[in-house]
Design a protein around this ligand. Structure first.
Ligand code: AR6
Length: 169
């Protein structure tokens, strides 16, 4: 059962020691506010120097970097969609962020990964819709990827965690 490898918690994602932590980045991959700002601050300036070589990423794409000063070994920079009413392919783009992050983790030999609630802050994706989609995509991917030992959904408030737990069933 894939749910034995899924955990939901409330934390600052920069403090986690999972192999990979996922960043809710923007297309420049050069940092910003929210979780992106927190990850860049915690990983240190070397992360920005490295990100400058990546040439950005499209919405729905994910690029992997080292974790630098983080406990995590790597950071998966995922560019989530800006919510625009749902008619612009936002669901598929958000799903791609979760699926590609997990695929890249496995391809690079990692076995644990932690996600923030991508697109649900500044990008305004409705929290319940985003969380349902995250749970569905992660569960499907866990079934396909036996090498992934644990996937964490990391929320930044107890309120978000409680809502996610009720959606997870
Ligand atoms: N640990 C875990 N979750 C966090 C943390 C943290 N340290 N900080 C915030 N969150 P957002 P987005 C939660 O706005 O909507 C940036 O400027 C937060 O409560 O960080 O994908 C980028 O550069 C929310 O639930 O990301 C982009 O321009 C979730 O992380 C843009 O924001 C996502 O909120 C991306 O917007």
């Amino acid at each position: 059962m894939s749910d034995e490898r899924l955990r939901l918690l409330c934390a600052d994602i920069t403090t986690l020691d999972d192999d990979v932590i996922v960043n809710a980045a923007n297309a420049s991959l050069l940092g910003g506010g929210g979780v992106d700002g927190a990850i860049h601050r915690a990983a240190g300036r070397e992360l920005l120097v490295h990100c400058r070589t990546l040439g950005g990423a499209k919405t729905g794409e994910v690029k992997l970097t080292p974790g630098f000063k983080l406990k995590a070994k790597a950071i998966a920079h995922a560019v989530g969609p800006v919510w625009n009413g749902g008619g612009g392919g936002e669901d598929a783009l958000l799903e791609s962020c979760y699926r590609r992050s997990m695929e890249l983790a496995v391809e690079n030999g990692f076995s644990t990964i932690a996600f923030p609630a991508i697109s649900t802050g500044v990008y305004r994706f409705p929290f319940d819709r985003a969380t349902r989609l995250a749970l569905k995509t992660i569960r499907a991917q866990l079934e396909k990827e036996p090498k992934l030992k644990r996937v964490t959904l990391c929320f930044f408030s107890e309120r978000d965690l409680a809502e996610a737990k009720s959606l997870a069933g």
